[in-house]
Every structure is written in C-alpha cells, then in structure tokens.
Design a protein. Structure first.
Length: 161
C-alpha cells in the first residue's frame, strides 16, 4: 500500500499574509486558526489549533492580493516536517502545511480585520510554539528569516520563512 500525506483544513487567518520573492517565485506564509467546540462534563469547551501554511506561485500572489487577517479559507495540501539541530546539539522539529490549493471562503469576521480568539485562549508567541526558535535555526538567516529545508525532493530548498 502506498503512503498518503494529505490534509484539508478550514479556518481563519490569524495575521496578514507574509510574502517573499524566492528566485522569481512568490512565496507566502499564512497563519490559520481552526476552532473546535465540544462538550465536556456538561460544559461547552472551545479549543483552537494554530497552523502555519506555505503557499507558492500564482496562488501565493492571490493570497496576498485578496486575503486579510480574519478571512476564512480552505486549504488542501500535505504536512511537511522540518527538522534541525541547534548549536547546543538539541534536536527540533516543526510541522507546516504545504498548500496544493487554497479556496477563499469568506470575508474577515464582523467586517473587520480583527481576529478574535474564543474564550481566554492565548496564542503562543510567534514562532515560539513547539520549541521552535528561529534564532537557533541553522537554515535561517541571522534575523531568523528565509527558512530553508535541506535535501527537499520537491525542489523547495528555498523555503522563505
């Protein structure tokens, strides 16, 4: 049986799209929040999961042009794990979604660009979730930008984040 790596999520942007030009190709990173409501012991519980998404090419150009913080989108793609060892020899890992397609589903909530977190949940500090620290990432530049995945069989060796 063949291995399968496929994901589909629907959520809202947590920030404005971040774009860069990589060797003449537009690359965009999106932050998406997916809300999940469920009951536990008779109480309604709200949970939010946060994901980073990479979008490339013409789709990336359209994301920058039409999407804003709070916009609802559907993303179909695959999970991509980036691994590295910091200068202290500790291993790190970060999972992102590499988008194959992005569908624009709606405008920002309540007609503005202010994404509201449900309940009292606080989003982790930018790039600090799951132990990721761009300052210790050996494939990032000195400011923690231009993340690059080595030995990528899909020719994505210049991931811009």
């Amino acid at each position: 049986m063949q291995d399968i790596n496929k994901i589909m999520i629907i959520g809202r942007l947590t920030r404005e799209p971040e774009s860069k030009n990589v060797n003449g190709t537009m690359a965009v990173r999106l932050g998406i929040a997916c809300n999940d409501d469920y009951s536990k012991d008779g109480q309604q519980v709200k949970q939010v999961d946060f994901f980073d998404v990479q979008v490339w090419g013409k789709q990336a150009e359209n994301c920058v042009k039409y999407l804003h913080k709070g916009s609802q989108i559907a993303v179909e793609g695959k999970l991509k794990q980036n691994r590295w060892t910091d200068q202290q020899g500790q291993n790190h890992s970060r999972i992102e979604i590499k988008a194959n397609s992005v569908q624009f589903l709606g405008q920002p909530q309540q007609g503005n660009n202010n994404y509201q977190q449900p309940g009292n949940y606080q989003q982790p500090a930018n790039n600090q979730n799951n132990g990721y620290n761009p300052a210790t990432d050996p494939w990032a530049d000195q400011q923690g930008n231009n993340y690059q995945q080595p030995n990528d069989p899909y020719n994505d060796k210049n991931i811009p984040f």
